[in-house]
Design a protein around this ligand. Structure first.
Ligand code: AMP
Length: 505
């Protein structure tokens, strides 16, 4: 048996001397150095007591070394467990207690705090890596040989656990197998036409599926290379676009780049592909981007548990406001959330998916896992959507964001679309707030342009006649910015909490 994921990665290396990574400071890492570096880290982890199947929890700033730790885990048959750098010590206590990792790798500044909680969870070693990729683990790795015999792993062997962002209840650890990751990367390389000549501008965090698996694994599986930025910085991105061929971003990358005077046709003429995902891209952003650069952003849809499910086509219409077609090998259907009955084309329901991309279940939560799969193996995503007559999938929001007012279902996206079309509005979020008569009252939170003379009454007047009475917001509030998490997702739970007593006080 081979190591399923790493042997595929190895087999696709175009030439050992080829560059895989270049950083803005001009540091480079070739494919040979990548394999060797991962080998040294794998030896270091084994010396620290990591055995096949053990978890290695990693909460560090983005660095090339952090990617080497990921690949070291894969080669050692261990389970890579990246953690959002924003998590506090109190939050880490839950993750470390739940995952029981053998080794925790953290920023030097957090070592002391983490050591205390790691001890309780039976962690064997707490090691460090700083933003430059230096620290106690790097020192241990550099003292190790590069040669490492990859531990055999079957296709269904675990490669990683990624905790879901958990805006409702506790985060759950999604268990991802070698084949979950490999199959999705292969599908995306093909669908998006990645080759060894591609240079991906990588500005995403690497503790999340988007930056870690979609961006990095697609580059590896294509034998391409990456311009590896420590974080998203519009100036830096604009400066590097002429050397890149592709970029993957969350919608906020695109809205922020649109505010940059350096974004021109000329600056993007070397690019062949801009991909957006992790949160809905406003149709307006799609249009503005195309007008400014000539490129149609390709929007795709996925989640931690499923990797990527759908994508707009490479050739053919990339339709703004849709997430395209199911990827090859992925089955997708829309069902009634309650009964599970499969709905006819065009109707709104919960999106369910099945395929080699879909995770193996939630870590140590068999009941939660069972509750989110149908008997025929489809995973219930919790996203509400519909499939249009051309087969394009549309997402209308998360199931938990659905508003039920006076017994009627209201899909926030429909109302947000109407509000966003009002002159003077930048964007909006529509939420349901407890209401004594209606159960929930439709409530809008709006960001307006700085010079817009727009108030609550004007918004409500503009919606008159556009939306059925029950869909119209009962109240409209204005804010400077919508609360977003690091992946650009609007945190509606925060908005709901802010306004929870609105109709009941
Ligand atoms: P995560 O597990 O953090 O990747 O979040 C996955 C969720 O992000 C999905 O279940 C969707 O609700 C949302 N999402 C991802 N991509 C898109 C997209 N292109 N449009 C709308 N929502 C998206």
């Amino acid at each position: 048996m081979t190591n399923h994921l790493f042997s595929l990665i190895r087999s696709r290396i175009p030439a050992p001397g080829k560059n895989f990574i270049e950083t803005p400071e001009g540091r480079t890492l070739s494919y040979a150095e990548l394999v060797e570096g991962a080998g040294r880290y794998a030896n270091a982890l084994v010396t620290l007591g990591v055995r096949p199947g053990d978890r290695v929890a990693v909460q560090v700033e983005k660095s090339v070394a952090a990617l080497l730790v990921y690949l070291a885990c894969v080669r050692a048959g261990a389970v890579f467990l990246p953690l959002n750098t924003a998590y506090t010590i109190a939050e880490l206590e839950y993750f470390i207690g739940d995952a029981e990792p053998t080794v925790v790798v953290c920023d030097p500044a957090k070592r002391e705090g983490i050591s205390a909680i790691a001890k309780k969870a039976g962690v064997k070693a707490v090691e460090t890596l700083d933003p430059r990729g230096e620290g106690s683990l790097a020192n241990k790795a550099s003292a190790q040989p590069a040669a490492f015999d990859d531990v055999p792993r079957a296709a269904d062997g675990l490669a990683a656990i990624l905790y879901t962002s958990g805006t409702t209840g506790r985060s759950k650890g999604a268990m991802l197998s070698h084949e979950n990751l490999a199959s999705n990367s292969l599908a995306l390389v093909d669908y998006w036409r990645f080759t060894a000549t591609d240079v991906l501008l990588h500005a995403l965090p690497i503790y999340h599926t988007h930056g870690l698996f979609v961006a990095t694994n697609v580059s590896l599986f294509a034998g391409g290379s990456m311009l590896f930025l420590p974080k998203f910085d519009p100036d830096m991105v604009i400066g590097l676009l002429p050397r890149a061929t592709a970029m993957m971003g969350v919608p906020t990358f695109y809205t922020r780049l649109l505010q940059h005077p350096g974004l021109t046709r000329e600056a993007t003429k070397h690019m062949r592909l801009f991909v957006s995902g992790s949160a809905p891209l406003l149709a307006e952003t799609h249009r503005e981007w195309q007008a400014r650069t000539g490129h149609a952003i390709l929007e795709r849809y996925g989640m931690t548990e499923t990797n990527m499910n759908t994508s707009n086509p490479y050739d053919g219409d990339r339709v703004a406001g849709t997430v395209g077609f199911p990827l090859p090998g992925v089955e997708l259907r829309v069902a009634d959330p309650e009964s599970g009955r499969i709905l006819p084309q065009g109707e709104i329901g919960v999106i369910e998916v099945k395929g080699p991309n879909v995770f193996r279940g939630y870590w140590r939560m068999p009941d939660k896992t069972a509750a989110e799969f149908r008997a025929d193996g489809f995973f219930i995503t919790g996203d509400l959507g519909r499939i249009d007559e051309r087969g394009y999938v549309h997402i209308v929001g998360r199931g938990k964001d659905l508003i039920i007012t006076g017994g009627f279902n209201v899909y926030p996206k429909e109302i947000e679309g109407e509000i966003d079309a009002i002159p003077g509005v930048i964007e909006s979020a529509v939420i349901g707030v407890p209401h004594p008569d209606f159960g929930e009252g439709v409530t809008a939170v709006v960001v307006r342009k700085p010079d817009a003379a727009l108030d609550e009454r004007a918004v409500l007047a503009a919606l008159e006649g556009k939306l059925a009475k029950f869909k119209q917001p009962k109240r409209v509030f204005f804010v400077d910015d919508l609360p977003r998490n690091t992946m650009g997702k609007v945190q509606k739970n925060i908005l709901r909490d802010t306004h929870k007593d609105l109709y009941t006080r």
